[in-house]
Design a protein around this ligand. Sequence first.
Ligand code: SAH
Ligand code: SF4
Length: 416
Amino acid sequence: MNPVSAETNSTPDTMNAHVAAGANAPLEKIALETYVPPAKPSLVGLSRAEIAEQLGAIGVAPAQRKMRVQQLWHWIYVRGAKSFEEMTSISKEMRAQLDQYLTVARPEVVAEQVSNDGTRKWLLRLPSGDSIEKAHEVECVYIPETDRGTLCVSSQVGCTLNCSFCHTGTQRLVRNLTAGEIVGQIMVARDRLNDWADRVTPTGSRLVTNVVMMGMGEPLYNFEAVRDALLIVADNEGIGISRRRITLSTSGVVPNIIRTGDEIGVMLAISLHAVRDELRNELVPLNRKYPIAELLQACRDYPGSSNARRITFEYVMLKGVNDSLDDAKLLVKMLKGIPAKINLIPFNPWPGTRYECSDWDQIEKFSEYIFNAGYSSPVRTPRGRDILAACGQLKSETEKLSVRERQALRAMAMTD
Ligand code: SAH
Ligand code: SF4
């Protein structure tokens, strides 16, 4: 097991006395490798080729495999079957054989909270493979809107990075989720919402229509698993959520941004949060590795972006830190030439944080400037209740979502 080394990768040359205290925060943590696959592997999260391999390993004849994979894919990802027993188009013998060696298990739900506005939050427990470690837990949130339902999905337990305003960044433990654990979050949501296709709703009730990779973790530090999972989520013979309805949010892992466009093809959101390197180094320490200019160049080069497929720039509103009109002006200036949307996120405070959320009237002034500069206004009501937000603020506790959190989450669901 690797110890979590907070020091690794921090570059001493960037640690000069002029930089604000937060900029000395360690840049990255190392992921634990404590995932131990269950004795009976789950087919959830495997590609078709990997399922075929599993079938080969349990003695299914080569000539049968392709057809069996097709049947399994349909039962798992269209019908949401939770056991082989339910898969009635597959022979009884074959079902028994599958059941002996394999499962279609998803992550275990340990808590579910339903708010009166329909927001639902699930706490999922994942195997830690180590009884000394605290159980590995992630959260997943469903935010219903009139014209869509957005699921906010996690990519890691904790996070590799240490953004100074983010609660997840303070957690020491980091484990990458497997592709199955990422797809499993969508499966759990569809299970709990009764959202699978059946005789009454042959195409499903379609409650979960959009997915945002904005829960815990930095998806681009778990690239392969996130890619494999999202390709399954977008597969139109299965879950079938189109790539345009899937948004991946990154704090700016530049080398993997182009790969995201090339290998996954989903919508991109960038956690910008500051317009000057000095401040961004403090808020998003990864900026010391990939500064703003490099990040914006990767956005300019993002495959498939256009005015119809804009990149979202997330900007958390921190009182007296990044919320001046000068910041707004520079923001507009620096995004020139990039097909962009701007989401202002009201800061969601957590115990022990040194930041405060900007005052509403300041958020409105900031937003008005952006609107007048030609960006569709992120504030949709005069009170600013609908400022677009993200759910990186999730806490890994069985706490209820606060009113502030729910407002932020609902607003976030209004992207597109
Ligand atoms: N790691 C990725 C995705 C998860 S965070 C990323 O950083 O983009 C999703 C979003 O929530 C990011 O824009 C993040 O900066 C933001 N966020 C994190 N903590 C927050 C907080 N306390 N209040 C408001 N937004 C927060
Ligand atoms: Fe990680 Fe994103 Fe939080 Fe930064 S904002 S610590 S990248 S989850």
